[in-house]
Write a protein that binds this ligand. Structure first.
Ligand code: MG
Length: 157
């Protein structure tokens, strides 16, 4: 068994929705990103790659690459899962944390768990999604963007 961790940050920008964990959420702002800016899935990809010893998201999905422009980040997870499967790794469980003053995650939590569970070929019980504010401190507290952290455990398939 091996463990991996990931972290990601994106700044808010113009827009009317966010994508979190593969789920589109209406919001007063969007995220500035080369892809869809899904911080939860970007942190997850880094955790998966970290657990498998395969580097990071920037190595496999460089944000200068036109292929990933406005990309659906579920594609990054699917491609990463294929890399892990080729090396006989499967996911045991994942723990995701969104750090944000806004939006509130609670109304979307179950939908995100289902979305992530499907991507990772695990049960919903193996996907935990939680959120915290930063008590109005720092760039997150000032509502300038979102951050996410992911921890994942993998094992031999
Ligand atoms: Mg990112």
């Amino acid at each position: 068994m091996r463990v991996g961790s990931g972290i990601d940050v994106h700044a808010f920008g113009p827009g009317d929705s966010l994508v979190l964990g593969g789920v589109r959420i209406p919001h007063s702002r969007g995220l500035i990103a080369h892809s869809d800016g899904d911080v939860l899935l970007h942190a997850l990809v880094d955790a998966l790659l970290g657990a498998a010893g395969l580097g990071d998201i920037g190595l496999h999905f460089p944000d200068g690459d036109p292929r990933w422009r406005n990309a659906d980040s579920r594609q990054f997870v699917t491609t990463t899962m294929e890399m892990l499967a080729r090396r006989s790794w499967r996911v045991v469980n994942v723990d995701l944390t969104l750090l944000a003053q806004q939006p509130r995650l609670a109304p979307w939590r179950e939908q995100i768990r289902h979305s992530v569970a499907t991507l990772l070929a695990v049960t919903v019980a193996d996907v935990n999604v939680k959120a915290t504010t930063t008590e109005h401190l720092g760039f997150l507290g000032r509502n300038e963007g979102l951050a996410a952290m992911a921890t994942v455990l993998i094992d031999r398939a």
